[in-house]
Structure formats: structure tokens, C-alpha cells
Design a protein around this ligand. Structure first.
Ligand SMILES: Nc1ncnc2c1ncn2[C@@H]1O[C@H](COP(=O)(O)OP(=O)(O)OP(=O)(O)O)[C@@H](O)[C@H]1O
Length: 345
């Protein structure tokens, strides 16, 4: 953080979320799934940090652990000046209004037996002493803010389209005037034709209410549109984090390069060589020794199998964890050069 700049709204240090694996009749603990394994990042107030990576790399678990929907195994989480990781349940409940989540599947996250009015008012019932009339008015203001017709407040979720249901979920997340929202694949379950509308709404709301987002998605094109900075996750760890332009225009980590090379580019002038990653993602219950990416990396070198690479700043604000950039390595300049020789599809 440069001198004089305000402290980040969200600060995550060495976050770990390991799920125990039990087996046998007495449910003996036989191992653990390292879903999130030492993740660190900051998010400035008003910023959107995109969190990308293949399915199963730990994005959702990371978002949930930050909001304490899971109790993290280890690590520090500071949100708006409070150490979230160490709060007891009573204090956590009091802090809940500041941090909210928008879920992937609006169908599954809305109670089908509750009206839209009751769904959006639920957090107000739980966390405020508003009168019925005040709640009624607040629900209608929220419906206006997310572009839902007030006249439909008495309807049930099934009467709405997927995009409208996600607007209901967003209105509920906004009810307590949060500062920080984890958007967990908020458009993945929606029709492509309405994905952009929901993303534009999230951007409008961010400007209007000064919101800070962690935007989790496997859609790199959408993240490029909405995020100010982007973190790339692989097998429970962040391998690269950088300002949006740097990440998309000059990715440093071979995994980021491979992910981006798979994004369809309509303009042939900007099409690059496509990297096909070999093999499957290893199990987070049994990650490889050394670098987590060493079993699939097209540019693997000896040390990758032995030592975990540290995060290093390779360009202003652009950090990557890769041995290819070690000052002592002969390969310090190799990744971009080698990228050109990769298989063209
Ligand atoms: N409650 C749980 N118990 C045990 N393992 C879990 C639990 N939740 C997630 N995992 C495992 O943790 C790993 C990370 O899962 P997670 O859902 O966070 O990944 P993701 O990147 O969000 O993937 P997707 O995009 O498919 O949701 C996976 O291997 C998953 O099976």
C-alpha cells in the first residue's frame, strides 16, 4: 500500500480453508481437502477484485470463508477495520450488515414460499427495528434500485425470469446498506442475453452506493469488463494478481497465460497461440510437492517439483508466484518468449 493511501476495505492474509475428510464406521479423519491454501490480497474501497480460475480451484470457498459463512482453518480477514476471522457469533452477527453475498443460482437461493417483499425484508427483520411501514417503503426503494417493478412485491419468485430473480437476490443483499459484497458467479446461471444487464446493474449500484466487490467468475471476458484488478487462483492458491490491463495484456504466470489463451478472440489480429494444458487438475486433498501447477505447466523446470514459488512483484502492482522469474534463474525472461512457440490451434 503506497504511503498516504487509505487502508484497504478488505484485507485477507494467508487464508486457509481445509475441509476434513472422514472415513470408516467411526468417521476417522483420514485427510483434508485444501480448498483454500494460503490466500492473501487486499481490496480498496470502491474497487472490484475479480477472482478467476477453473472449476474447483477454491473460488467459492474463498468468498464464503472471507464472509465467515465458513469458519476458516487459518488466516486473517479484516473488513472495514474489523478482524472478522476472530469474531464470536454475536459480534459476527452485528457485523453481518457490512458484508453480503450475491449467490450464483437465484432459483436456489430464494425461498419459493416467500413473496419478493418478504425475501427482501428478511435481513431488515433480523437486523433492524424498522416498523412495518418503514420496511415496506425500504423494500420498494430497493426494488426501484435494482430495476424491479414495485407492483410485483407481492409475487413469488417463480413468477419472475432468471435475471429478475437475480435482481431480487441483489436487492436483498443491498437491504442493510453493505460496504462489501462477494458476487459468487452472479451471472453464470443466467441466459447469455441478460448477463450483461446484470453486470451493468452491479456496476451502477457500485457507483451509486460506493460498493466494494469481490467478483468470482470463470468468465474471463466478463471479469475483464467489471474488475479493476484480477486474482488468478489454481488449486487453492493465488498464482497471479495484477491490475486488469497488465493481467490481460501481459500475463506473467504460465497458468494465467494458458487461461487467457483459451478465451475466444473474435478479432484475428489479436488472436494468440492457444496453450492446451495437459492432464487433470490434481486433487486438493493431495496437491503436488513444490509448485501446485508443476504437473501441468508447459514451462516446468526442476525446482518447480521441489520448492513452492514465492509471490514476487514483476511489474508495478503485478505479482506472480513462478520460479521462471527467479532472479537467479536462466529463465527469467522465458515465459513470454516461450509463449510464442506454443501450439497454435
Ligand atoms: N464443504 C466442503 N467439504 C469438502 N470439500 C469441499 C467443500 N466445499 C468445497 N469443497 C472442495 O473444495 C474445492 C474447491 O471448491 P470450490 O467450490 O470452492 O471451487 P470453485 O473454484 O468455486 O469451483 P466452481 O466454480 O465449480 O464452484 C473442490 O475440490 C471442492 O470439491
Amino acid at each position: 500500500m503506497p504511503d498516504g493511501s487509505p487502508p484497504p476495505l478488505v484485507s485477507v492474509q494467508n487464508l486457509k480453508m481445509h475441509f476434513p475428510i472422514h472415513a470408516g464406521l467411526i468417521r476417522r479423519r483420514v485427510g483434508e481437502v485444501k480448498a483454500v491454501d494460503g490466500v492473501s490480497f487486499d481490496i480498496a474501497e470502491g474497487e472490484t477484485l475479480g477472482l478467476v480460475g477453473e472449476s474447483g480451484c477454491g473460488k467459492s470457498t474463498c468468498g464464503r470463508a472471507i464472509l465467515r459463512l465458513y469458519d476458516p482453518t487459518e488466516g486473517e480477514i479484516r473488513i472495514d477495520g474489523t478482524d472478522i476471522a476472530s469474531l464470536n457469533h454475536k459480534d459476527l452477527r452485528a457485523k453481518r450488515p457490512v458484508m453480503q453475498m450475491v449467490f450464483q443460482d437465484p432459483q436456489a437461493s430464494l425461498n419459493p414460499r416467500m413473496t419478493v417483499e418478504a425475501i427482501i425484508a428478511e435481513p431488515l427483520d433480523e437486523h433492524t427495528s424498522m416498523t412495518t411501514a418503514e420496511k415496506r417503503e425500504k423494500v420498494r426503494e430497493l426494488m426501484d434500485a435494482v430495476g424491479l417493478n414495485r407492483a410485483f412485491a407481492g409475487r413469488y419468485p417463480h413468477a419472475f425470469s432468471g435475471g429478475q430473480r437475480q435482481r431480487i437476490g441483489i436487492a436483498r443483499a443491498l437491504a442493510l446498506n453493505p460496504k462489501f459484497i462477494v458476487c459468487d458467479e452472479p451471472i453464470a446461471a443466467l441466459d447469455v442475453s441478460i448477463q450483461a444487464q446484470v453486470v451493468n446493474l452491479l456496476e451502477d449500484l457500485q457507483r451509486q452506493f460506493g460498493l466494494t466487490y469481490l467478483f468470482i467468475s470463470h468468465d474471463l471476458s466478463m471479469v475483464r469488463h467489471i474488475a479493476t484488478r484480477v486474482a488468478v487462483m489454481y488449486l487453492g492458491k493465488i498464482v497471479e494478481i495484477a491490475p486488469r490491463e497488465a493481467l490481460y495484456e501481459a500475463p506473467k504466470h504460465p497458468y494465467t497465460q494458458a487461461l487467457l489463451s483459451a478465451v475466444p478472440e473474435p478479432d484475428p489480429a489479436f488472436r494468440t497461440a492457444r496453450t492446451i494444458l495437459q492432464g487433470d487438475v490434481p486433487s486438493p486433498a493431495n496437491p503436488p510437492q513444490g509448485c501446485n501447477f508443476c504437473t501441468r505447466c508447459p514451462q516446468v523446470i526442476d525446482i518447480c517439483h521441489k520448492t513452492e514459488p514465492a509471490m514476487r512483484e514483476l511489474a508495478p502492482g503485478q505479482f506472480a508466484a513462478c520460479h521462471l522469474y527467479n532472479e537467479t534463474s536462466d529463465h527469467a525472461e522465458a515465459p513470454e518468449a516461450q509463449q510464442e512457440q506454443l501450439e497454435v490451434q
